[in-house]
Design a protein around this ligand. Structure first.
Ligand code: GLA
Length: 371
C-alpha cells in the first residue's frame, strides 16, 4: 500500500514538472494603429524567451549561468518603438532573402527582378522593408511538453520585387533541454528565391556587457566565402586553414580579429559566411560558443549549408536597450542560412523555390553551462 501511494505521488510530481506554464501575452506597443504583443515562453527548467509579433523578433532569452543565476543573453528592447526605427535587425526574422543580393537584382527563369536597394546599391536582408518590419500573426501552439509560438506572414506577389505569393510560417519552440528551436516553412505560387534566417545578437556574459571578444568559438567549417568592399561574396569558396577564419578547433574571438588581414578589414571584424561541413543535420552542433566567466555555453544545430558569423561591427553604442548601450562588438550573430547573393552565383547551392515545393529548415540554439 505504502509503495502504491508513493508511486502515485511520484507520477503526479513527474507530470507536474513536465507541464509547462501557458504562454503569456503582454502588450508591447502599437504599430500603424495595431496593437503589438510580446509572448513569454517558459520551460520547466526555468529558461525564459520573449518574442514579439513585430518582425517575429526574439527580444530576450534568459538562461542560467553556472551558479544557476538567470541572465538575459540577447540584445533587445522593452517596447516595439525601437524595433521600428533600428537598422540593426535585433532578434528579427529575416526575409525574403537573408544577407546581400548584389546590385539588388537577380534573374530567374529568364526574367530580371529588382529589389529596392538599401545598402550601397545592393539589397540587404530583403530590401527596404523586410520581414523584420512586418507584423506577423502569432498563435500559441504549445504542447504539454513544450511552449511553442507559431508566426505566420503572407508576403504578397511582388513584395520588395520578389515573385510569388510567399506563405511563411515560423515556429519557435522552447524545449525541455534549454533549446530554442526555430522551424521555418514556406510555399510559393511562382518560382522565387528565398533565404530565411534569424538575426539574434548574443552575449553569453549578459546583454549590455562590453564585448564578446573573450567568447570562445568553434565552427565546423573548413571553408568560408571571402567578400568584396560591399561585403558581397566574390564567388570564391576559400579554405580557412592558415587564416583568422579557422575556428575548427576553437578560438577566442578577439585573438585574431584585429590582425592585418584584408578580409577582416573589409568586414570591420568578422562578418562572413562560413560554409558548414557536411552532413548538414541536427544531430551534431555546427557552432559552439563558450563564455568562461559565466560558464554559459551555446550550441547551434542547423540543417542549413552555412552560417553568417557577425561580430556586431556596425554597433556603435547609439542603440540603448535592455542591459545598456549596444556597443561596438558587444554581441555576435550566428545567422544560419544559404550563402549570400546565391541567386547571382550559380556555383553556390540554389535558393530557388518553385510552386509545389515546400521550403523547410530548422535551427536550434541550445544553452547549457560548464564548470
Ligand atoms: C548582417 C550583415 C552585416 C550587417 C548586419 C546588420 O549580419 O552581414 O553586415 O548588415 O546584418 O547590421
Amino acid at each position: 500500500m505504502k509503495t502504491a501511494i508513493s508511486f502515485v505521488a511520484l507520477t503526479a510530481a513527474l507530470s507536474f514538472s513536465a507541464t509547462v506554464p501557458p504562454i503569456k501575452q503582454l502588450p508591447f506597443g502599437e504599430v500603424d494603429g495595431k496593437p503589438i504583443s510580446i509572448y513569454l515562453l517558459k520551460n520547466a527548467a526555468g529558461m525564459e524567451v520573449t518574442i514579439t509579433n513585430y518582425g517575429g523578433a526574439v527580444t530576450s532569452i534568459k538562461v542560467p549561468d553556472r551558479n544557476k543565476a538567470l541572465g538575459n543573453v540577447v540584445l533587445g528592447f522593452d517596447s516595439v518603438a525601437p524595433y521600428q526605427t533600428t537598422t540593426s535587425y535585433f532578434g528579427a526574422l529575416i526575409g525574403r532573402y537573408g544577407n546581400r543580393i548584389g546590385k539588388a537584382e537577380f534573374q530567374l527563369e529568364g526574367k530580371v527582378y529588382h529589389i529596392p536597394a538599401n545598402e550601397n546599391g545592393n539589397a540587404l536582408h530583403g530590401g527596404t522593408t523586410g520581414f523584420n518590419k512586418r507584423i506577423w500573426d502569432a498563435k500559441d501552439v504549445s504542447t504539454a511538453k513544450a511552449p511553442a509560438l507559431e508566426m505566420h506572414y503572407l508576403s504578397p506577389d511582388g513584395e520588395m520585387g520578389f515573385p510569388g505569393n510567399l506563405d511563411v510560417t515560423v515556429r519557435y519552440t522552447l524545449d525541455a533541454k534549454n533549446g530554442l528551436e526555430i522551424d521555418y516553412s514556406a510555399t510559393t505560387d511562382k518560382a522565387t528565391v528565398l533565404n530565411l534566417t534569424n538575426h539574434t545578437y548574443f552575449n553569453l556574459a549578459g546583454a549590455g556587457n562590453d564585448t564578446v571578444l573573450k567568447h570562445r568559438l568553434t565552427i565546423r567549417a573548413d571553408h568560408y566565402t571571402p567578400v568584396d568592399g560591399a561585403l558581397l561574396p566574390t564567388g570564391v569558396v576559400q579554405a580557412v586553414e592558415g587564416t583568422p577564419f579557422d575556428f575548427r578547433h576553437g578560438n577566442v574571438i578577439g585573438s585574431r580579429i584585429n590582425e592585418d588581414n584584408e578580409q577582416l578589414k573589409l568586414g570591420k571584424g568578422y562578418d562572413h559566411n562560413f560554409v558548414l561541413n557536411e552532413p548538414h543535420t541536427l544531430k551534431q552542433w555546427a557552432v559552439r560558443v563558450e563564455e568562461r566567466s559565466t560558464g554559459r555555453v551555446m550550441e547551434v544545430f542547423t540543417d542549413q549549408p552555412a552560417v553568417q558569423f557577425y561580430t556586431g561591427n556596425f554597433l556603435d553604442g547609439t542603440a540603448h536597450g535592455v542591459g545598456g548601450d549596444f556597443k561596438f562588438r558587444s554581441a555576435i550573430c550566428l545567422e544560419t542560412q544559404h550563402y549570400p547573393d546565391s541567386p547571382n552565383h550559380p556555383n553556390f547551392p540554389s535558393t530557388e523555390l518553385r510552386p509545389g515545393e515546400k521550403y523547410h529548415t530548422v535551427t536550434i540554439y541550445r544553452f547549457s553551462t560548464e564548470e
